[in-house]
Design a binder for this molecule. Structure first.
Ligand SMILES: Nc1nc2c(ncn2[C@@H]2O[C@H](COP(=O)(O)OP(=O)(O)OP(=O)(O)O)[C@@H](O)[C@H]2O)c(=O)[nH]1
Length: 322
């Protein structure tokens, strides 16, 4: 290769041209635990990229869901930052404000339509009001659970909590105004080219999504502190060889960790019935995600007090999380 060629290689390639007026950027949803942030993200993306449950503090990881439109690409960041016990709220919010909130282009502040505004909401609202450089859209979620007058009252109450760029009622469950939320959030994005390839719905690797789906299935029906003690790791995931096209089978070996042997017995259930049930519900979701048949092998293991043990935490994939 002569000098001329080398020179040519140093010329930066032009960025792929985006259609005129295309917008792209990041939004994040904040709000008290259980207000429907993950469910709303899934509804916007049109596919389940974050697990949800009726238990507060389900979200442990930062998941990015990607919404593709002809005129915009919106990346929604679902953070676990505010899903903390009240005593840690201030600390976590501070770190969230410093990290996620300052990085996104628009913030969605979620308040459910069916619950009175509480101290948690007003506290978050006050902190958000100080985000002078980032527009905040207030979202009154779960409108399917409230009647018309309740929704109107809540819209008014939320409007009075701060100077929001918009206030939008939405139901992720019924689909009411989900597109409007996308429109409003996209309206606050800067002009720029798409940031992720077309068709990508999340930046989470498949193994992580699979582990989360197993964890979601395992949360159903367990009580007290057990949900917080469950962690799931996919040990192996591979496509079985020599299968006919259209008849693919993926073998998945996953471990479900609990903190004590008494919890192991609960998760497994009488004669293994509960674990089988968790396995079949998780398998159905995983097959839908991967678009192939799945053989799922679930083992329950004890990782003593993993929530308090930095080494175990690292092994379970929480080294940079929560
Ligand atoms: N009826 C109804 N229920 C909803 C709606 N959105 C969410 N939910 C339910 O509310 C519960 C909490 O939803 P999530 O999406 O997990 O809430 P979250 O704010 O992400 O929760 P954390 O991860 O705990 O912070 C789940 O049981 C959802 O099914 C909605 O629009 N309508």
């Amino acid at each position: 290769m002569d000098d001329l060629d080398l020179e040519r290689l140093r010329v930066p390639l032009p960025m792929p041209a985006a259609p005129e007026g295309f917008r792209s950027g990041f939004a994040c949803f904040v709000g008290r635990p259980n207000v429907g942030k993950s469910t709303l993200m899934n509804a916007l993306v049109g596919q389940k990229v974050a697990i949800t449950s009726s238990r507060p503090q389900t979200t442990r990881r930062t998941v990015r869901g990607i919404v593709h439109r002809d005129d915009a690409q919106l990346i929604v960041v679902d953070t676990p930052g505010l899903h903390k016990p009240r005593t840690l709220l201030g600390e976590r919010l501070d770190s969230l404000v410093r990290s996620t909130l300052v990085e996104v282009d628009v913030i969605g502040f979620c308040v459910p339509a069916n619950e009175p505004i509480g101290r948690g909401d007003t506290y978050i609202a006050r902190e958000l009001a100080e985000q002078h450089n980032t527009p905040v859209v207030a979202l009154v979620t779960k409108t399917d659970t409230a009647d018309r007058s309740q929704i109107t009252e809540q819209l008014l109450a939320v409007s009075q909590l701060g100077a929001w760029a918009d206030v939008v009622p939405v139901s992720a469950e019924s689909g009411y105004q989900v597109d409007t939320v996308t429109d409003v959030l996209c309206g606050h994005l800067p002009e720029g080219p798409p940031l992720y390839p077309e068709g990508d719905l999340t930046d989470e690797p498949d193994a992580m999504l699979v582990a989360e789906l197993v964890r979601e299935a395992s949360l159903e029906g367990v009580r007290d502190e057990l949900p917080h003690s469950i962690a799931v790791v996919v040990d192996e995931m591979s496509e079985r060889r020599d299968r006919e096209p259209g008849n693919e089978l993926i073998d998945i070996y996953a471990s479900l960790y609990v903190e004590r042997s008494s919890q192991k017995a609960i998760v497994i259930g009488s004669k293994g019935a509960r674990l089988r049930d968790v396995g079949s519900r998780a398998r159905a979701q995983i097959e839908a995600l991967l678009g192939a048949k799945v053989f799922l092998d679930l083992r329950v293991r004890v990782a003593k007090d993993w929530q308090r043990d930095p080494k175990q935490l690292r092994r379970l994939g929480f080294d940079q999380q929560t």
